[in-house]
Design a protein around this ligand. Structure first.
Ligand code: G1P
Length: 292
């Protein structure tokens, strides 16, 4: 497989499910413990060896760009106060000069359209796509697991999948699987947000993809699908007629941070995984549950 050097992060969504929190703050900047959602997802990509981070933004998303830039006043103040640890943490999280790119999705035409907006920045090479609504808590991260699983496949398209109860399949892209190849399954079917009785399985698409650049040629046709939007799942269905698609049932717990409960659960789980706050957090949770 050609190395996966670039990752696309679609961050143009309005985040209406989190209003009023997302009125002035993009949902991708909401914190999970003390890191914005988008930072967690960028961490996962970087850990998987990604070298270039491509953000597809929209109106009112300027602070995402600021977040991935240096902040001179802050650095100056921290230097004066000799806060070396904080300075080192900020430096560690920052993408290197020239390794973060931003482009705008000018109209909200769907996830597929957002991905297509990154075509010039990606070029003609395979790339990773990470939806920042989804966090996967595991080391190695979900994308690293996908890259490892596909090492020996020539030109793979890979989707991370997981099982959910069948009363939840209608909220996601759902796949059908065929033969197993190592830890990967051949994808035989994909459908975006199917009614429960039309779902080919209860394996849902979790928001991590490795895609070949021909996906852009399909997306360029601008076909509308579920909800009248240009869907990445529909483009994958089209591409799967000429290229193989694989599914990886990854290790780790996922959190759908596009929903309030998923987002809150992620905060609790990530806090419990942090040595510095886990004991106090555990005590606080026990107290709340006892009182509840
Ligand atoms: C998108 C994809 C869907 C996938 C989901 C994962 O849907 O279209 O296939 O299962 O992300 O979160 P959205 O959440 O944007 O409606």
């Amino acid at each position: 497989m050609r190395p996966i050097r670039k990752a696309v992060f679609p961050v143009a969504g309005l985040g209406t499910r989190f209003l009023p929190a997302t009125k002035a703050v993009p949902k991708e900047m909401l914190p999970v413990v003390d890191r914005p959602l988008i930072q967690h997802v960028v961490d996962e990509a970087r850990e998987a060896g990604i070298e270039h981070f491509i953000f597809v933004t929209g109106r009112n998303k300027g602070v995402i760009e600021d977040h991935f830039d240096r902040q001179f006043e802050l650095e100056h103040a921290l230097t004066e106060r000799q806060r070396q640890t904080d300075l080192a943490l900020l430096a560690r999280d920052l993408p290197g000069p020239g390794t973060a790119s931003f482009t705008r999705q000018q109209l909200p035409l769907g996830l597929g359209h957002a991905v297509w907006c990154a075509r010039e920045l990606v070029g003609r090479e395979p790339f990773a796509l990470l939806l920042p609504d989804v966090l996967v808590q595991h080391r190695p991260g979900c994308l690293a697991q996908m890259i490892e699983a596909a090492r020996h496949i020539e030109r793979p398209n890979i989707i991370a999948v997981e099982q959910v109860p069948s009363d939840r399949v209608h909220m996601y892209g759902v796949i059908g699987i065929g033969e197993r190849n190592g830890s990967l399954f051949a994808v035989t079917e994909m459908v975006e947000k199917p009614a429960r009785e039309r779902a080919p399985s209860n394996l849902i698409i979790t928001g991590r993809y490795i895609l070949q650049p021909e996906i852009f040629d399909v997306l360029a046709q601008e076909k509308r699908g579920a909800g009248g939007e240009i869907q990445i799942t529909d483009a994958m269905i089209e591409l799967s007629k000429t290229q193989p698609f694989y599914a990886l049932e990854f290790e780790g717990r996922s959190f759908d941070c596009g929903s309030k409960v998923g987002f809150l659960a992620a905060n609790v789980a990530y806090a419990l995984a942090r040595e510095d706050i886990a004991p106090a957090m555990r005590a606080e949770l026990r107290r709340l549950l006892d009182e509840g």
